[in-house]
Design a protein around this ligand. Structure first.
Ligand SMILES: CSC[C@H]1O[C@@H](n2cnc3c(O)ncnc32)[C@H](O)[C@@H]1O
Ligand SMILES: [Zn+2]
Length: 442
């Protein structure tokens, strides 16, 4: 090998194990990931990398598993500041009697900035590199994510009722269109449309949202069939199931992400398959609010793209996507009556490649393949709670809970190094969080 066959690159990450997600189900050993700028230049055995690359820096991760950064496809990011404020309640009591009054009182631009930073710190510490948000002041969330170097789909809220962000649907759509115009084409921020739910948005704003999505290419994300109550009330009022109403209004399509979907009959299933819509499974929120259970394996067996989200920290009550994967795998097995449902590798796919597909970015994100964007994480398997290692994929889903995530890179930029955040000032953030706590308690 001569010097001119050696390629210069920015960084090299050596890891004991690597799960590329593509091809499916593979665990490689003693691999090197080569980063150049924002992209993965190569993934190859360490012995070959020695011959082929010279890099400015090398990160040696001797007992770690490297995998694509996780994608949390549904949350209300700033609601981290409401974590633990109202527990042990069903959805509509939780919203009507506790959360919506608190939002009316406290949610503002500074609240969203600090709540988003708190959520991003937690997500980065536990392996998430891309998140989706649906909340008030989305322009603040988008800027905060961009400043922190996190990738985010930011869905502006759309509801009939006035809120802290505007007087009603016309204003939300006007501000939302400006958000889309500002951020469309950005590599980090994906602006999107967030109709809250069928029971809070009437037909005309939904039609306007569909028109905006068609005009701009922005995705639509909405809560759908979260509870049996939602479906029963719609049937009583209109004799139509919400999924059917959404299909008739043109809301369901390949660029639509339906969050929750715990209630699915045969006609719903058929319409979901036909539309190509994606499902965002949020098992811990569904369990805590006693909303219901999404039949993940059945949806996947019908070819529907299923992804995963935590929902907000006020209904979860954490943003640890590894914990969510464990819950998803456990619940899927019971719901299907089949212990082989949602295996560890399939669960990892939910939070990586399937999430990327729902965002329309599966060519760029979701797996460790040369040419894709360098969004990746490392999990340290050397701790006693992860020993011995027979199968790293098993440990990631069934034993880890995000505690062992040690490193992450987004767009090739280090975000987490040996468990320390590089771009978020945690002591300053903690002061602000404690001030919010005082204010909310008073
Ligand atoms: C329009 S901004 C988002 C809006 O949604 C509320 N919310 C949070 N979690 C849920 C959920 O599980 N189902 C329905 N609505 C939810 C949040 O408090 C905001 O008001
Ligand atoms: Zn939600």
């Amino acid at each position: 090998m001569t010097a001119d066959t050696i390629t210069a690159a920015d960084s090299r990450i050596n890891a004991r194990w690597l799960i590329p997600v593509e091809p499916f189900g593979v665990v490689l050993e003693h691999q090197a990931v080569i980063l150049q700028g924002s992209r993965i230049a190569d993934v190859l055995p360490q012995s070959e990398a020695d011959q082929k690359y010279r890099t400015r820096e090398t990160v040696n991760l001797g007992q770690h598993v490297v995998l694509p950064g996780l994608i949390n496809l549904h949350g209300h990011t700033a609601m981290s500041l409401f974590r633990g404020l109202a527990d042990d309640l069903p959805l509509m009591t939780w919203l009507n009697d506790h959360i919506w009054p608190a939002e009316g009182k406290f949610v503002s631009e500074p609240f969203v900035l600090d709540g988003t930073r708190l959520a991003m710190a937690e997500m980065l510490r536990t392996g998430t590199t891309t998140f989706s948000d649906m909340y008030f002041f989305p322009e603040v969330t988008a800027q905060a994510a961009h400043d922190a170097g996190m990738r985010a789909q930011v869905c502006f809220p759309l509801m009939d009722m006035p809120t802290v962000w505007g007087s009603g649907p016309d204003e939300y759509l006007r501000k939302g269109a400006a958000l889309i115009e500002q951020w469309q084409g950005d590599e980090y921020i994906m602006p999107a449309i967030g109709p809250h739910a069928p029971y809070t948005v009437s037909d005309q704003p939904l039609k306007n949202a569909v028109a905006l999505a068609e005009r701009t290419g922005a995705a639509i994300q909405l809560h759908l069939h979260e509870t049996a109550f939602e479906v029963d009330e719609a049937l009583k009022a209109t004799a139509t199931r919400p999924v059917t109403r959404m299909a008739e209004l043109g809301v369901l399509g390949r660029n639509t992400q339906c969050v929750h979907m715990t209630q699915i009959d045969d006609s719903d299933l058929e319409q979901l398959v036909r539309s190509g819509a994606h499902i965002v499974h949020c098992p811990e929120s569904n369990l805590k609010l006693a909303s219901g259970l999404c039949p993940v394996q059945k949806l996947m067996d019908h070819g529907i793209n299923v992804t995963i989200g935590t929902d907000g920290a006020a209904s979860n009550n954490d943003l640890d996507l590894f914990g969510e994967l464990k819950t998803a795998a456990m619940v899927a097995k019971v719901v299907a009556g089949d212990a082989s449902a949602l295996s560890a590798h399939r669960a990892l796919e939910l939070a990586t490649l399937n999430g990327a597909r729902a965002l329309g970015r599966e060519q760029e994100l979701g797996s460790l393949v040369a040419g894709k964007l360098a969004d990746l994480i490392a999990v340290d398997l050397s701790d006693p709670f992860l020993q011995p290692v027979y199968d790293p994929a098993s440990h990631l889903v069934y034993s880890n809970h995000g505690r062992a995530v040690s490193h992450s890179w987004i767009h090739g930029v280090p975000q987490l190094q040996d468990g320390r955040l590089t771009r978020i000032d945690v002591p300053d953030l903690m002061l602000r969080v404690s001030e919010w706590r005082q204010q909310i308690l008073s």
